[in-house]
Write a protein that binds this ligand. Structure first.
Ligand code: FAD
Length: 544
């Protein structure tokens, strides 16, 4: 049994409860996962708890780009652009199947947006700050070239364009792979366990009171240092710690819509401006195109964040204005997701103006909290937090390594480079075609699992092939990725709810049955899971 086999859950909890840790990380998003990996790789004894599933929070609801944040140049955030921009190539190297190069088209318009000169200088600066290789540096396009590149753009309106380099990822899979890598380096990690309070000695935090959410069982974890990487929930934990003073979080919501690629058949990713001066991405991915995002202040429930009718109409309007021939309507929306940016409040600034920089808070009882930041910068954020943790530990008899996560691949059998990914994809395409599966599945499997695809394909049993493939994926996720509930599978381990929603009807009952057999569910458990999944499926198209 692997360490992250969800049938092994109780023994992970027993370990968490019976050992003393150097560091307890609260939150299983990309920030927490990154900290756990960095700390474990430097020799710390690390525990991590996540109250829902890994990547349940913002880390499964982003634009899914590993990008330098071109628009932050406008806010003169050069330090941020330099750091996250440079990180793109590093994260690509660590997981080349999961962080893939994506050329971005930036159209320029006669009557709005930036001039060609300013765009050319801005993109040059962007490439310079991030140290982009010369062959990938920005290329300015004439009107004719831009329209050839993207025929769906309105010819009357466009005056030219630019192509520049970014990377596309799957945020939830990236988080999961970092979590698995942290576990391989010795971190003890668990999902569905919530920190409900802290344990203090002499006014210093020495651990946390935790609840196993699935069984409602309380237990404790002892730790020398506790870091909260709870994203939008950081202030909740500061409240429990009686330390919510000074700077506070400011949550803004961002929505994405998914449509069939046939309804918006763009040739490559595109970053275009909208009437209100904001910029929006449209990104092709497999059989769909997704569009986003919005940026509005948010005060509602953090547990159930969904797109409203207003959000959906805003994005549809923006797309139809840029690609009038698409004539998208609300009926074209196959799926959607909405996430919260855990930003730091700045008086008098609007949602879009708030800085995306991360900040670390330390309370008098020793709670270290980190908020803000980007998916892309997770490694550098982790490095800063772990440096601080080590400073505070001050243990003369122990030596710890420097940060070395830039050299730790994020999968067990990594690809050397992107060329090897492409060669592997060709071999998987052949295998998939012999199994009578559409070639789309090869991209889906390699993008999600890398070389772990072999283990999944080897485990396919006789039967209806799409169903048997999904069951093999599920068995892999239960054995290696702590899949515990159907929504873990459909949303965060496979992305099927967002990018492949029409597969759910076909496989749903078989997947629920597999859960029932594996976890010995009673009929009542099965019905509850079925209802929960139905609610999740409804929530992505039911706009109010
Ligand atoms: P989260 O992912 O929210 O993780 C925090 C976790 O803590 C949650 O899973 C939560 O359940 C858990 N938790 C909370 N309280 C407790 C508790 N008491 N006990 C245990 N666990 C707890 N960045 C990019 O680089 N590229 C992009 O394209 C991009 N696009 C974005 C688009 C949108 C719409 C948004 C909202 C953000 C985007 N970002 C992007 C930013 C990026 O997604 C976030 O910075 C990042 O995901 C935050 O990760 P996190 O781990 O800090 O928070």
């Amino acid at each position: 049994m692997t360490k992250l086999d969800s049938r092994n859950r109780q023994s992970i909890i027993n370990n968490l409860n019976s050992h003393r840790f150097d560091l307890l990380v609260i939150g299983g998003g990309i920030t927490g996962a990154g900290i756990a990996l960095d700390a474990a790789a430097r020799g710390l004894k690390v525990a991590l708890v996540e109250k829902n599933d890994f990547a349940f929070g913002t880390s499964s609801r982003s634009t899914k780009l590993i990008h330098g944040g071109l628009r932050y140049l406008k806010q003169l955030e050069f330090g941020l652009v330099k750091e996250v921009g440079s990180e793109r190539a590093v994260v690509h190297k660590l997981a080349p199947h999961l962080v893939v190069p994506e050329k971005m088209l930036l159209p320029l318009y006669e009557k709005r947006g930036f001039s060609s000169l300013l765009t050319s200088i801005g993109l040059k600066l962007y490439d310079f700050l991030a140290g982009v290789k010369s062959e990938d540096q920005r290329r300015m396009l004439t009107k004719k070239q831009t329209l050839k590149q993207e025929p769906l753009l309105l010819a009357d309106d466009v005056k030219g364009g630019a192509i520049y380099a970014e990377y596309r990822t799957d945020d939830a899979r990236l988080t999961t792979e970092i979590m698995k890598t942290a576990s391989r380096h010795g971190a003890e990690v668990i999902n569905y366990c919530e920190v409900v309070d802290f344990v203090y000695e002499a006014r210093k935090i020495v651990g946390a009171k935790v609840k196993d959410v699935l069984t409602d069982t309380p237990y404790q974890i002892k730790a020398t240092t506790v870091v909260s990487a709870a994203g939008p929930w950081v202030d909740e934990l500061r409240t429990i710690n009686h330390s919510k003073k000074g700077k506070q979080l400011h949550l803004t919501k961002g929505v994405h819509l998914v449509v069939d690629k046939k309804r918006l058949p763009i040739a490559q990713a595109i970053y275009f401006d909208v009437e209100d001066g904001r910029m929006i991405f449209a990104i092709p991915r497999g059989r769909v195109t997704y569009i986003g995002t919005t940026d509005t202040n948010y005060m509602g429930s953090k547990e159930m964040v969904v797109a409203t009718l207003e959000d959906a109409e805003y994005l549809i309007r923006a797309v139809n204005r840029t690609f009038p021939s698409a004539q998208l309507t609300l009926h074209d929306i196959e799926s959607s997701w909405a996430g919260l940016r855990p930003l730091i409040h700045e008086e008098g600034k609007s949602a879009s103006e708030l800085s995306r920089k991360d900040e670390i808070f330390e309370s008098s009882t020793g709670l270290i909290s980190i908020a803000g930041g980007k998916l892309t910068g997770y490694r550098k954020m982790a490095e800063r937090v772990v440096d601080l943790v080590l400073d505070k530990m001050d243990e003369a008899d122990r030596e710890f390594d420097e940060c070395k996560t830039d050299l730790i691949p994020l999968v067990e059998s990594p690809f050397k480079d992107y060329e090897e990914v492409k060669a592997y994809l060709t071999s998987v395409k052949e295998r998939v075609s012999k199994l009578d599966l559409n070639s789309f599945y090869a991209d889906y499997l390699v993008g999600n699992y890398g070389k772990q695809t072999n283990a999944i394909l080897d485990d396919i049993q006789a039967g209806q092939i799409e169903i048997e493939l999904a069951k093999a994926e599920l068995r892999f996720g239960i054995a290696n990725e702590l899949i515990t509930l159907p929504e873990d599978f459909f949303i965060r381990r496979t992305g099927r709810l967002y990018f492949f929603k029409n597969s759910i009807d076909v496989i749903e009952e078989a997947i629920l049955h597999e859960f029932q057999v594996t976890f010995k569910w009673k009929e009542l458990d099965l019905e509850k899971a079925r209802q929960q999944l139905a609610m999740e499926v409804r929530s992505v198209t039911d706009f109010k």
